[in-house]
Design a protein around this ligand. Structure first.
Ligand code: FDA
Length: 309
């Protein structure tokens, strides 16, 4: 991991910086590139616009590691309202949550009840997704996910290709016929746990995508979402999957709002399933810092905003 990436990821965990960052206009302006606004209405408006372009959306209310039951219940209520809006507005959107937003740090059973309430209120044809957080949460996340899957079909979970353990986890998820979002991984992890070299992460990513789209996964009813902005990797996965005889509308790609917009449109136009994750909310600091860490050019963009007023 580069020094710059690891420094930014360390800073993303700073409560001191989190409190001060929103005071600076140039930082808020940079955040706007990745997020249409702080309200659910802002995200739903984008969802409608993207739906007209054949793009589905994944909505997420920014937040993590809530410190009280009241806060976790507030987040759950908020998402219940959003699920209701998705139903009444008829937008092709799904929701993705972080378990530490639903109270995982406070009480696992309490968190599970909040999660179950959200899956239950999700329309049957929509998946309620669970994000993957730092490696210390992976076991608890899979534990709650597999419990939820025993009762509900319409729930999915994210897996991170940078983790050495993920191949084994994907094998279990395939056996369950799970819905799986494959990402590279956004946190600072030690080399014993995560591949430090980008080329190893990319190779593992491709191997995991092949497993998810493979015959066993298809037979088990796996839904795989290839969540990356890495164009050579998108090309490699799509070429391989099409050669395997998989219909384009069964091959799903997912990207973040504001990143690789032309590629999103291309995929949708060519008949692939294309999904854009739209984040909103006021707790954006750690999430924004992870976006900066992903691409050094984003730092230059941030700095340019200091001078452009
Ligand atoms: P990579 O970092 O190799 O980037 C490839 C190219 O994409 C770059 O060269 C650049 O052109 C472009 N790019 C990537 N990031 C950019 C950025 N921030 N700004 C501008 N351009 C950028 N992680 C996690 O740990 N848990 C999770 O639950 C999720 N969930 C999730 C959902 C969805 C829909 C997406 C797209 C991503 C996530 N992630 C995530 C984040 C993921 O782990 C990863 O950090 C980012 O997707 C960046 O990695 P790429 O796969 O894009 O490749």
């Amino acid at each position: 991991m580069s020094l710059m990436r690891s420094t930014i990821l360390k800073a993303s965990e700073s409560a001191w910086l989190r409190e001060r960052a929103p005071r600076y206009g140039f930082i808020r302006k940079s955040v706007e590139r990745f997020m249409p606004g702080e309200r659910a209405d802002d995200a739903l408006a984008v969802a409608k616009r993207l739906a007209d372009e054949g793009i589905i959306t994944l909505l997420t209310h920014l937040g993590e590691n809530v410190g009280s039951r009241e806060e976790a219940e507030g987040v759950t209520q908020h998402y219940l309202g959003v699920l209701d809006r998705i139903r009444t507005d008829g937008v092709p959107s799904e929701v993705s949550v972080k378990l530490t937003q639903l109270g995982l740090d406070i009480d696992k059973e309490f968190c599970f009840r909040n999660l179950a309430a959200l899956i239950e209120s999700s329309p049957a044809d929509k998946t309620l997704w669970i994000d993957m957080e730092q490696s210390s949460y992976v076991d608890a996340t899979f534990d709650l996910y597999s419990r939820a899957r025993k009762t509900y079909r319409n729930t999915g979970v994210c897996v991170q290709a940078y983790l050495r353990r993920t191949k084994k986890d994907v094998e279990s998820l395939i056996a369950m016929g799970a819905s799986v979002r494959l990402v590279k991984g956004a946190y600072k992890e030690p080399p014993e746990i995560a591949f430090p070299k980008k080329t190893d992460v990319d190779e593992n990513y491709f191997a995991l995508a092949q497993m998810l789209f493979g015959a066993e996964g298809r037979q088990a009813g796996v839904r795989a979402a290839i969540a990356t902005h890495d164009r050579p990797l998108i090309e490699r996965v799509s070429r391989w999957a099409v050669a395997e005889g998989i219909a384009k509308n069964q091959i799903e790609f997912a990207m973040l709002y504001g990143i690789q917009r032309a590629e999103q449109l291309r995929l949708a136009r060519e008949g692939y399933r294309c999904c854009v994750l739209v984040s909103y909310g006021s707790f954006w600091f750690p999430w924004f810092m992870r976006r900066l860490a992903e691409r050094p050019a984003n730092i230059a963009f941030l700095l340019r905003n200091i001078f452009s007023g």
